[in-house]
Write a new protein. Sequence first.
Length: 224
Amino acid sequence: MYNLPVAPSNTGAGGISLPTQRFLKLSEQKRARVTEAVVCELARVPFDMVSINRIIQNADISRGSFYQYFTDKDDMLDYVLSSYHSALFETVKQVFEQSDGDVFQVLGQMLRFTISYGTTELNRDFCRNVFRHISRGDINAFEPLRVETRRFMQGFLHDADLSDFRDRSEHGLELAFDILAALLRYAIFQAFMDLDRVPQVLDDFEKILELAKYGLLKVKNVND
């Protein structure tokens, strides 16, 4: 039995920020209305153009209420993305168990899950705007999500089947994580920038994982 970290608890130092208790105590209907207004605005325009005024108007709340629910726009987005991360982590755990800790099978499923999540009409535009913002390298936005994702993936690599990895030292595994995470982010970005290319992106990612697995160069006979 593998002991992967649980999905983000959204509590504690360094983790993803939940909205305030005031927001969580809202009726389910009102909480859903506010969340829908946030997602619709994030789908409408790039992140740096998001209008708090439009959100509060569509959610039928006051500006004061918005800031009682969320600290700022980053906090608001962390909350919306936390549901995706929780579902993703649960999927990862299932595939991890079924594949006996195969890192590369899990990475392929992470890409497929993310694309599936983001291909509804609303989520498609939301994901495109979010990934475009991430691709610009804003080091402040989404940092709590990065921290939680890194924590999860480090635990994942710790329990994965690494018997065939060339370097199983702590530093070697950190480098492996950075490389694999970068490959996955790039594939996700490519998919959401042009959804017509999704089949090609998935096919290319399988090939990329093969290259990551076995290297770019042919293994030569020592006597050659």
